[in-house]
Design a protein around this ligand. Structure first.
Ligand SMILES: *Cc1c(COP(=O)(O)O)cnc(C)c1O
Length: 428
């Protein structure tokens, strides 16, 4: 095969996609373009930029050259047509639904999601008139039953936070296809190294870059990836994409921008008006993190499997929920959707219940007791005494945060040291 025809592999894309030496200085790493605004060539150039007739930089709320490298890189890793970097994972979710929904519309969401997303959907989104209908990924038929004429999208996580749940993306994509609505997949926990939802029918992928893509616990960020697969004009359900835009001299975004119209709409309507732009400094840190994504995700998964296997044999431990374990309920789905490893995150139960959980998080030394995931460092939390403390016992159990549950995000330290820390803390 000729050199020019080679499709670069994942590790190569992680380092090179979207970036080239800076044309003015030769700088090899992507510079931080710490600037709000950009000089026009002349009045015609300015008019063309504002009319969306040409691509270019205007103002960093709408686009920035450092953020553009990050956008192209994540879109390449996911196999999408375009990306949009935003200030946080939650901002990405707001912009995606803002582009699809109007007040009174519905979307169907998996009830096994990151707790912050459940709050966002149940409370803030309801205030916008965007009504969530919950479905159960352990019973796929609940997604089909939840669809109504008002449904505008389906939202799931590939590997779901916190319990090590693997969602049957392909089965749910088929339901979305039949209903004529896009499937949105939050791929934060898996990252495109472990799972590429677009290969299984996702139309939009969202990320919290804060976690494994940045990977070092130092920057909040979010990303929207357009798969370029959805026909936004078919039944006029998505007027932002299929109707003329008065502020852009009547252009129709889907007509003008084709298979990356969704990413453009999120940028030139959502980001423009709602405003959650990513700082170029955070984009720089996240780009640097992504360069080692394949190495890190491999090690995260190897370490997590070793720790899960060790915990499963401990007398203090009642159960371990990690899809990488052959005995796990989600193991078959993990083998299909994340064959290279099941990621860093899992939960387990302590026979000693609430008090044993409090004792464990109080006695760890290497683990950090905090509410984050996806750091180089190993992290631990006992949801019942912290993030879920305000709930009743029954509500805690329903949320997967029963009194005995401990959540780990396994880091990149030596696995012997991670296990030794848990051993001393369990015995303390
Ligand atoms: C953290 C997280 C989010 C929210 O991302 P932020 O960057 O904190 O806004 C969304 N989904 C998942 C799965 C997450 O882990």
């Amino acid at each position: 095969m000729a050199e020019a025809e080679r499709i670069p592999g994942f590790a190569t894309l992680s380092i090179h996609a979207g970036a080239k030496p800076d044309p003015t200085t030769g700088a090899r790493a992507t510079p931080i373009y710490q600037t709000t605004s950009y000089v026009f060539d002349d009045v015609d150039h300015a008019a063309a930029l504002f009319g969306l007739q040409t691509f270019g930089n205007i103002y960093t709320r709408i686009g920035n050259p450092t953020c553009a490298v990050l956008e192209e890189r994540v879109a390449a890793l996911e196999g999408g047509t375009a990306g949009l970097a935003v200030a946080s994972g939650h901002a990405a979710q707001v912009l995606v639904l803002h582009t699809l929904m109007t007040s009174g519309d519905e979307f169907v969401a998996s009830k096994k999601l990151y707790g912050g997303s459940i709050n966002q959907f149940n409370h803030s989104f309801k205030n916008f008139g965007w009504n969530v209908v919950w479905a159960d990924p352990d019973d796929i038929s609940t997604f089909e039953k939840a669809i109504t004429p008002k449904t505008k999208a389906i939202f799931i996580e590939s590997i779901a936070n916190p319990g090590g749940i693997v969602t049957d993306i392909e089965a749910i994509a088929n339901i979305a296809r039949k209903a004529g609505v896009p499937l949105i997949v939050d791929n934060t926990l898996a990252t495109p190294y472990l799972c590429k939802p677009i290969d299984y029918g996702a139309d939009v992928v969202v990320h919290s870059l804060t976690k494994f893509l940045g990977g070092h616990g130092n920057s909040i960020g979010g990303m929207i990836v357009d798969a370029g697969t959805f026909n936004w004009s078919r039944d006029k359900k998505y007027p932002m994409l299929s109707e003329p835009r008065p502020e852009y001299s009547g252009i129709v975004l889907h007509e003008t921008f084709g298979n990356f119209a969704f990413a453009i709409a999120c940028r030139v309507l959502g980001l423009r008006d709602l405003g959650p732009a990513l700082s170029p400094f955070n984009a720089f840190l996240i780009i640097t993190g992504i360069e080692t994504l394949p190495l890190r995700m491999q090690r995260h998964s190897e370490n997590a499997l070793a720790v899960a296997e060790w915990l499963a044999k401990r007398p203090e431990v009642a159960w371990v929920s990690y899809p990488g374990l052959p005995s796990d309920k989600y193991h078959a789905l993990a083998k299909k959707y994340a064959p290279k490893g099941a990621g860093a995150l899992f939960t387990f139960g302590l026979k000693g219940g609430y008090d044993a959980g409090v004792k464990l998080v109080s006695n760890v030394k290497l683990f950090s007791h905090l509410a984050n995931i996806g750091d180089t460092r190993s992290l631990i939390i006992h949801p019942a005494s912290t993030t879920h403390k305000q709930l009743s016992d029954a509500q805690k159990v329903q949320a997967g945060a029963g009194p005995d549950v401990v959540r780990l995000s396994i880091g990149l330290e030596d696995k012997e040291d991670i296990i030794a820390d848990l051993e001393q803390a369990l015995g303390a």
